[in-house]
Design a protein around this ligand. Structure first.
Ligand SMILES: N[C@@H](CCC(=O)N[C@@H](CS)C(=O)NCC(=O)O)C(=O)O
Length: 327
């Protein structure tokens, strides 16, 4: 694990020493938007028109942020329009690599060995983290965007005029509610598990874990009364929560010590997770082998012997048929 400084790779772990034992996620830097006509989006520059075959996505199947993007790509039926590379689940001294392995899909652009080469290709003097997901413009030979929350918004509508599947997961009239719940879920759940798992101070860890479970308790009640997080239709907010829930018992409970309860102990949340997992096209985006291999083998400070646990045995195929109480 490391980062690029002035275009040069440095192998170093997150610096929690300067932040009192807290894990602080850095902001992503490439923020352009694909739009139907190539005009500029809410940030970045213009010039990224939605076109079939023009864009390429780099992901890790282990990564919850990349998984959101895979999910929107599947829901919108964009698999033929946006091609895909998958990194090796093991992230070591060179960061993400394309080392051949089960499920790894090589870089078609320049046959990169390491993901950081793709960042160097776009910006030779780039300084910052080398993260997935990464959306690449095959025509312009540059990075469009490496912020998953923005990539999923683009995929939701930008390709609608050129054959994307119907479905709006962030309808304008629901955006204020979606954005509000996304912010809470991000802080307490999506990033909450990382803040607990990467904490290097006992007190910080305990605070993060208690905040995480207090919020899961709230969600458990909510999902006993309503089918989805916002309104009665599935939205982006549900998919953003799902990518953390589906990893919860397999990695966050053990590896990140988020173990006050397991997800399967939450009747409604577990049933909701199964329902979303069984949604058409979604199970194919979930790879428990990559998920477990990545977390347990890549974080040497947390799991020095790199042993990957055999369990848990999850029955994800049993029906996700929650009975809702009257609100
Ligand atoms: N804000 C980014 C975060 C992406 C991210 O942190 N991805 C992780 C994998 S789960 C990564 O690539 N980490 C490598 C690193 O931080 O060096 C997003 O949501 O797109």
């Amino acid at each position: 694990m490391g980062l690029l400084i002035d275009g040069k790779w440095h192998d170093q772990w997150y610096d929690t020493g300067s932040t009192g034992g807290n894990f602080v996620r850095s902001d992503t830097q490439f923020r352009n938007w694909i739009t139907p006509d190539g005009s500029a989006g809410p940030s970045g520059t213009a010039g990224f028109k939605a076109e079939a075959g023009r864009y390429h996505l780099y992901v890790s199947l282990a990564c919850p942020w990349a998984s959101r993007v895979l999910i929107l790509r599947a829901l919108k039926g964009l698999e033929q329009m946006i091609s895909l590379s998958v990194v090796n689940p093991y992230m070591g001294e060179h960061g993400w690599t394309f080392e051949p392995g089960s499920g790894v899909v090589a870089d078609p652009v320049g046959q990169a060995q390491y993901l950081y080469e793709i960042y160097q290709r776009a910006q030779p003097n780039y300084s910052g983290r080398v993260t997935v997901p990464l959306l690449w413009d095959l025509h312009g030979n540059t990075i469009v965007n490496n912020e998953s929350s923005e990539i999923i918004r683009m995929l939701n509508t930008a390709f609608d005029g050129i054959g994307a599947r119907k479905g709006d997961y962030a309808p304008v009239e629901l955006l204020p509610q979606i954005d509000a719940i996304n912010a809470e879920v991000y802080d307490t759940v999506n990033n909450g598990v990382y803040k607990a798992g990467f904490a290097t101070d006992q007190h910080v860890y305990e605070q993060e874990v208690s905040q995480l479970f207090a919020y899961l308790d709230k969600l458990e009640l909510k999902l006993g009364q309503q089918r989805y997080l916002v309104d009665d239709r599935i939205t982006e907010a549900d998919w953003r929560l799902f990518t953390t829930l589906i990893r919860f018992d397999a990695v966050y409970h053990g590896h990140f010590k988020c173990n006050l309860k397991r997800l399967v102990d939450y009747k409604n949340l577990w049933s909701y997770t199964r329902e979303l997992y069984q949604w058409p096209g979604i199970a194919a985006t979930v790879d428990f082998d990559h998920i477990k291999q990545h977390y347990y083998r890549s974080h040497g400070t947390i799991n020095p012997n790199g042993i990957v646990p055999a369990g848990p045995l999850l029955d994800l195929q049993s029906p996700g048929n929650r009975q809702l109480a009257e609100a």
